[in-house]
Design a protein around this ligand. Sequence first.
Ligand SMILES: Cc1cc2nc3c(=O)[nH]c(=O)nc-3n(C[C@H](O)[C@H](O)[C@H](O)COP(=O)(O)OP(=O)(O)OC[C@H]3O[C@@H](n4cnc5c(N)ncnc54)[C@H](O)[C@@H]3O)c2cc1C
Length: 450
Amino acid sequence: MASDEVYIAGGGLAGCEASWQLAKRGIKVKLYEMRPEMMTPAHTTGDLAELVCSNSLKSRDQTTAPGMLKAELNALGSLLISIAGKSSIPAGTALAVDRKRFSRIVTREISENRNIKVVREEFTDIDSHRPIIIASGPLTSERLSTQLRDLLGSKHLYFYDAISPTVTAESIDMKKVFKASRYDKGEGYYINCPLNKEEYDNFYNALLRSHPFPKWEFEDDKFFEGCLPIEELAARGEDALRFGPMKPVGLKDPRTGKMPYAVVQLRPEDKRGKLYNMVGFQTRLNHREQEEVFRLIPALREAEFVRLGSSHRNTYINSPRHLDRTLLVKGTDGIYIAGQLVGVEGYVESIAMGLVAGLSVWAAISGKEPPYFPPTTAIGALLRYITTVPDGSFQPMNINFGLIDSIKGRYKSKKEKRLAYYRRSIKEIEVIARAIEIKRKTKSSKGNRD
Ligand SMILES: Cc1cc2nc3c(=O)[nH]c(=O)nc-3n(C[C@H](O)[C@H](O)[C@H](O)COP(=O)(O)OP(=O)(O)OC[C@H]3O[C@@H](n4cnc5c(N)ncnc54)[C@H](O)[C@@H]3O)c2cc1C
């Protein structure tokens, strides 16, 4: 692919990171940001890379999955993670930033870069004759959404996140479950967590007492009936859940030979069977309460929740169907997607997907092999997840250890094991970092245009 200039739609976290990765390798970028002329319902300034809600980029402890992801991004020379470090404020092990300072420094670095031209306009034209990175985020403008729908097909662009919690397989109490699918149709695909009447009543009452997150003004009160948060369903009556997502019909517990009073079904979330999703348990409950309430399900008493439920406005594509691991839209010559649009959740995950798209386009333009991020790294694990989830069950995901290839060996503690994950990933990332290093320009070198 040869091109004079790369167009990037969206000057948010992913778009800025992608622009920087290209510009510092000598590639000209036109970065389209529609703010302040045209605002999204959540952004409030015209600054690039505005953080719309929390000012936390989560843990920097390298023995956590978000910490490992940040360390990888640092090793790969991420602009935004380095600016986050410069604008950080004390917050224990979390990387919290002064949000205004963060966005202002990003805006300055991007605007002053001579290879980047910031265009304050809505981007509306997906033209496949030049490399394009679409990084317009969860609140992509209406007109660009229509273009994306035309490109991918209306079934493959989603506007609502109705996420149910996910637990790791190893933390489910397997003595308290049985594997079966309703009416024995198909193979024993689901893990069923039975509840007797007393356990159900207990769970139901706790749910009624709990508190959902407040909605953003622009979020519509109406949910699709099939995506109704469980607390809203529970409020309809005592048996609403038993006739809804917790219905036991068609299931027989082999240990009792009977149909349980109620059931929570868990469905594998990845091909490897490491993560399980609580089917139909999308919820807006606050996170602390979610863990407390869901632990009342006997098989989930000790569950490790790698993602909690949510229901909010979002825009993301059916990546497993449409993207390859370089974030190129399959079947196109140079349309890449980055950031939250690819189906990752969170600030740092979105930055990571901007970095990957930037490096992929750079490699394509310079005739190089794009970097391969193995699933032993946090970046590679995210890329594997978004490109391989079985059709029909794709939901946005944040980084967690359930996605990363497990590590063999005996460790004295969980912490020590996680340190081994970190060391393994950093070793791999350093190899990639060396391969993508910017070489000093020599007279004979081609491609660098700055
Ligand atoms: C209301 C809300 C609250 C959130 N809170 C959190 C949180 O607390 N923590 C967290 O980790 N994540 C949060 N997220 C998710 C968060 O948005 C993402 O993690 C992150 O900002 C996504 O990065 P991005 O670069 O993909 O998109 P963004 O950072 O949103 O950047 C996209 C940019 O594209 C611009 N744009 C859109 N359409 C066009 C167009 N057609 N032409 C030109 N420009 C366009 C937008 O103005 C925006 O600047 C939240 C999301 C929402 C919607």
